[in-house]
Design a binder for this molecule. Structure first.
Ligand code: SF4
Ligand code: F3S
Length: 374
């Protein structure tokens, strides 16, 4: 642990106390904690102990590093870089070659660090597709994970394999959680991961000493607990059956629903509508393109413009269950009711409910799998 005070480090970067406290409040909100938590976060982050961090990059485009380092001032990166002791990060470290590898080895031997992994890990041909300093990514990850207190897989490639793992997966790429089995692994998928979510995760770890609560895919619930479709500003158009049918048509110009253009919002879990990207400047649906499901497993193989399969689309189980029919309705009345339902909630919504009524069990958020997008 480095013993320089975080307050001094921030002051050296001309980050004022006011800006620091504002940062703590923003992170508390992102973590869905009460505003009173901001004080505790500030107190913990100002501890003179600075947790070391090692950031590895394997099969990736460095998009997550770039997204993290390009936030506004005071950047999330500035504050996090000062709160942590970043001992190894290929994009920003000054050292190179043997000196950099030696510094990393020293941190690994001391233990007690956070490990962030960006990119997937190729396992084909004995790992020959990605080697750094003459060693394969598989070896480097195993060595670095051994003494880590927790592992954060940042971006869809590290979390789920991403583009390198897309069919036909020529390098036999694997995700971090497929290879690291004896350490807590938290996934922050997204293409790229939103800097807000990495910052909040790290701050949660530093404040409470634990990783945030996760879903079955190891994603923190504060960021991946809600379906995009349920918070989408275009949702009213979906319910009213107002769909964009071609790029640039009248519906597109009017901001209608993008479902028929391949939007995967109904089967994607991410906090994009709430926090946006680039300091909430925009996010895919706000920019006029459908969600491609970039925080879901294997999203590259779904077909970016294929429509999501709504057969398993269901309201949360907290809603009252659909009751079975007690009386038989004459076919003419059924047609009339179907027509009214279509008018009231939109054709796609009616179709979804029709499909739902055929299912015994509604699907819970944590049960949504890649099959839902096929
Ligand atoms: Fe929004 Fe996409 Fe759902 Fe339409 S389908 S309401 S654009 S998330
Ligand atoms: Fe990704 Fe969809 Fe959000 S494409 S950035 S999960 S809107």
């Amino acid at each position: 642990m480095t013993q320089t005070s975080v307050r001094d480090a921030l002051a050296a970067r001309q980050v004022s106390r006011r800006e620091f406290l504002k940062f703590c409040s923003t992170v508390a909100a992102a973590l869905m904690l009460p505003s009173t938590a901001a004080g505790k976060i500030a107190m913990q982050l100002e501890s003179p102990k600075r947790t070391p961090l090692i950031w590895l990059e394997f099969q990736d485009c460095a998009g997550n590093s770039e997204a993290f380092l390009r936030a506004s001032r005071p950047t999330a990166a500035e504050i996090i870089l000062d709160i942590l002791s970043i001992d190894y990060q290929e994009t920003i470290m000054a050292a190179a070659g043997y000196r950099a590898e030696e510094a990393k080895k020293k941190t690994i031997d001391a233990g007690g660090y956070l490990l962030v992994v960006e990119g997937s890990i190729p396992t084909g041909e004995d790992g020959a597709f990605c080697c750094i300093g003459g060693r394969s990514a598989v070896d480097i990850l195993a060595e670095a994970a051994a003494n880590a207190v927790a592992v954060i897989a940042i971006g869809s490639c590290a979390a789920f394999g991403g583009l390198p793992k897309a069919s036909p997966n020529p390098t036999s790429a694997k995700s971090v959680m497929e290879l690291v089995k004896d350490k807590p692994v938290l996934n922050l998928p997204g293409c790229p991961c939103n800097a807000v979510n990495l910052t909040a995760t790290v701050v949660h770890f530093l404040t409470f000493g634990t990783l945030p609560e996760m879903d079955v895919q190891h994603r923190p619930l504060f960021a991946y607990g809600a379906r995009i479709h349920d918070n989408c500003p275009r949702r009213g158009h979906f319910d009213a059956s107002e769909f964009v049918l071609t790029w640039g048509d009248a519906g597109h110009r009017a901001g209608w629903c993008l479902y028929k253009m391949g939007c995967k919002g109904p089967v994607t879990f991410h906090n994009c509508p709430a926090v946006g990207y680039n300091d909430n400047t925009s996010w895919p649906i706000k920019a006029g393109h459908g969600c491609i499901g970039c925080s879901e497993d294997n999203f590259w193989d779904f077909g970016l413009y294929n429509t999501a399969n709504l057969q398993k689309f269901a309201p949360p189980t907290a809603y009252a269950p659909v009751q079975p029919q007690v009386e038989t309705i004459a076919p003419t009345n059924a047609a009339l009711l179907g027509g009214l339902a279509g008018l009231a909630i939109g054709a796609a919504g009616a179709a979804a409910i029709t499909q739902l009524s055929k299912k015994d069990q509604p699907v819970e958020s944590s049960q949504v799998t890649s099959d839902d997008l096929k």
